[in-house]
Design a protein around this ligand. Structure first.
Ligand code: NAD
Length: 490
C-alpha cells in the first residue's frame, strides 16, 4: 500500500506546513498502520486562514467578478481531471474506499457533479427586477441583487471526502465567497489537494484556504466561533451539527447542515422483480458509510419470510467478495477507524441483545489485512423501536422491518429522527410516487432512480440537516439578497 506525500496546509496562497512544523500520522483503514503524515494546524494557523479569507473577500473583486471566478473554478476542474489517479489513491488509502466504490461516489460521481455545477452556473440569478411601485409621488424602481455571503468555513467528513469537498468549495466559490476548507483528520490529503489545484490554477491569494489537524474539533470550532467567518457549511454527524448551531448562535452565524440519516427502502408487495429488489438491498457500498444509504429495508409482512430467505441467501452468496485493496470488483473495504469499528460492533451486539435475528455477518475481521474490517451484516425480526433501527450506525449493518400496507410503510419510514433519503420499489409508478410524496425526506428514489446529481438539490428534513447542497439551490445557500429601491421623481 502506498505511502502518501505529506498533506500540507494552504493559507493565503501559500502551501505550507503547520506552525512549529507539527505533523500527525494519518492511519490507513486497510492496515491500521500510518500511511502518511499531515500538517497539524494550530489555532494560529486557523486564524491566519481566516484573516486571509476575510482580506480576500473585503479587498478584492472576487465576489463581483463572475467571469474570473468561473474561469478559475473551471481550471480547478481541469486539474482534478488530470489528477484522477492521485485522487483515486487518496480515496482508497485514506478513506478506505474499495476500487469498485472509487469508480462511483468517490471519484466519478464527484467529477460528474463538479461538471454539473459548472454547467448550471449561467442559471444563477444575480438580480431580479421587482418593477415600479408606491403611492403617487413616492414611486420607486425596485430590484433585488444577490450577493455572496462572505467568508465560508467548510467543514467536511471523511466518508466521501472528494464529493463533499467539491460540493462545498465549488458552490461557495462560484457564489463569490472566499473559503476555508476544513477536512476531517482522517482525510487531510483530499483537502490538501484543493490547495495544490488552487495554487496551480492561479487563484488570488486568500480566496481558498485549507486547514486541518489531528484534533477533530479544534480548527472547526475556531471557524464556528470567529465573527470574521460569515457562514459555516457543515457535513457530518447530527451531534456535531447541533453543537455548531449552538456555538454559531453567539455570532449569529449562517449555518448550513448536512447531517446523518437512517433512510428506509420500501419494497412494495407488487415489486416487479421481488427477489432482485430484495437481494440488491444488501448494505455493502463503502461498508455502509454513506449518509444516504438505505439502512432500513421495509418489506410487506405477507412476504417477510420470503424476503428474509432471499436476503440470507444473497449475503451467503456474496461471501468473501469484499475487503481486498486491489480487487477491482470489490465495493466494500474497511470502516474508517478503530473507533468506528468498535462503534459498529457495539451496535451489532446491541441488535442481538434487543432480540433481532442475525441473518448475516456480525463479526470483526482483522484477518482481512489487520485493518478495520466488519463483516457485511443484516438483522431480521427488527422492530422500528429498536435502537439498531433508530440510530445511524454508519457501517455495513442492514435491518429488515415488516409492514402491513402502504400506510404502515409510510408510518414506519417517517418514524425516525432523520429525514435524508429513501426508496420505493413498485410495479406501479403512480402508487410509488404517492408513497414517496408522503415520506418526509429530502430525496426519494423510485425503482432505484438516482437522486444524487450535481444539478439536483440534496439535503435533509428533520435531524438530517438544514439547507440544500448542489444545484442552483446549493449556490444560492451562499448568497444574501439585497433590495435596492430608487425613488422616482414626482
Ligand atoms: P463528524 O461530525 O465527527 O465530523 C465531521 C467534521 O466535523 C470533521 O471535519 C470533524 O473534524 C469536524 N468536527 C468535529 N467536531 C467538531 C466541532 N466540535 N466543531 C466543529 N467541527 C467539528 O462526522 P464524521 O464522523 O467525519 O462523518 C460521518 C457523519 O457524517 C455521519 O453522521 C454521516 O451521516 C454524515 N454525513 C452526512 C452527509 C450528508 O450529506 N447529509 C454526507 C456525508 C456524511
Amino acid at each position: 500500500m502506498s505511502t502518501l506525500p505529506e498533506a500540507k496546509l494552504y493559507i493565503d496562497g501559500v502551501i505550507c506546513r503547520a506552525s512549529g512544523d507539527k505533523t500527525y500520522d494519518v492511519i490507513g483503514p486497510w492496515t491500521g498502520e500510518p500511511v502518511g503524515k499531515a500538517a497539524d494546524a494550530s489555532e494560529a494557523d486557523v486564524d491566519a486562514a481566516i484573516v486571509a479569507a476575510r482580506t480576500a473577500f473585503d479587498t478584492t473583486d472576487w465576489s463581483t467578478n463572475h467571469q474570473l471566478r468561473f474561469d478559475l473554478v473551471k481550471k480547478m476542474y481541469e486539474l482534478l481531471l488530470e489528477d484522477k489517479e492521485r485522487v483515486s489513491t487518496l480515496a482508497r488509502v485514506e478513506a478506505g474506499a474499495a476500487i469498485g466504490a472509487v469508480s462511483r461516489a468517490h471519484l466519478d460521481m464527484a467529477v460528474a457533479c463538479y461538471k454539473d455545477m459548472l454547467d448550471l452556473f449561467p442559471q444563477v440569478k444575480w438580480e431580479k427586477d421587482y418593477g415600479r411601485k408606491g403611492p403617487e409621488g413616492y414611486k420607486s424602481d425596485r430590484k433585488v441583487v444577490y450577493e455572496a455571503v462572505g467568508v465560508v468555513g467548510a467543514i467536511t467528513p471523511w466518508n466521501v471526502p472528494l464529493y463533499v469537498n467539491v460540493g462545498k468549495v465549488v458552490s461557495a466559490l462560484l457564489a463569490g465567497c472566499t473559503v476555508i476548507l476544513k477536512p476531517a483528520p482522517n482525510t487531510p490529503g483530499m483537502g490538501a489537494i484543493f490547495g495544490e489545484w488552487a495554487e496551480k490554477a492561479g487563484f488570488p491569494k486568500g480566496v481558498l484556504n485549507v486547514v486541518f489537524g489531528q484534533d477533530p474539533a479544534l480548527a472547526g470550532e475556531r471557524l464556528v466561533n470567529d465573527p470574521r467567518v460569515d457562514l459555516i457549511s457543515f457535513t457530518g454527524s447530527t451531534g456535531v451539527g447541533k453543537r455548531i448551531m449552538e456555538q454559531g448562535a453567539k455570532t449569529l452565524k449562517r449555518v448550513f447542515l448536512e447531517l446523518g440519516g437512517k433512510s428506509a427502502k420500501i419494497v412494495l408487495d407488487d415489486a416487479p422483480n421481488f427477489a432482485m429488489d430484495i437481494a440488491s438491498s444488501m448494505l455493502i457500498f463503502h461498508a455502509g458509510q454513506g449518509c444516504a444509504v438505505q439502512s432500513r429495508l421495509l418489506v410487506p409482512k405477507s412476504r417477510y419470510a420470503e424476503a428474509v430467505a432471499i436476503l440470507t441467501k444473497a449475503y451467503a452468496g456474496f461471501g468473501e467478495n469484499w475487503g481486498e485493496f486491489d480487487n477491482p470488483g470489490h465495493m466494500m473495504g474497511p470502516v474508517i477507524s478503530q473507533r468506528q469499528m468498535e462503534r459498529v460492533k457495539s451496535y451489532i451486539d446491541l441488535g442481538i441483545e434487543e432480540g433481532a435475528t442475525l441473518i448475516a455477518g456480525g463479526k470483526l475481521r482483522p484477518d482481512k489485512g489487520g485493518g478495520f474490517f466488519v463483516e457485511p451484516t443484516a438483522f431480521a425480526d427488527v422492530t422500528n423501536e429498536m435502537r439498531i433501527a433508530r440510530e445511524e450506525i454508519f457501517g455495513p449493518v442492514l435491518v429488515v422491518i415488516p409492514f402491513e400496507d402502504d400506510d404502515d410503510a409510510v408510518r414506519i419510514a417517517n418514524d425516525s429522527d432523520y429525514g435524508l433519503s429513501g426508496g420505493v420499489v413498485s410495479a406501479d409508478v403512480d402508487r410509488a410516487v404517492n408513497v414517496a410524496k408522503r415520506i418526509r425526506t429530502g430525496s426519494v428514489s423510485i425503482n432505484n432512480g438516482m437522486c444524487i446529481a450535481g444539478d439536483l438539490p440534496f439535503g435533509g428534513y428533520k435531524a438530517s440537516g438544514i439547507g440544500r447542497e448542489w444545484g442552483v439551490e446549493g449556490i444560492e445557500e451562499f448568497l444574501e439578497s439585497k433590495v435596492i429601491a430608487v425613488g422616482v421623481p414626482a
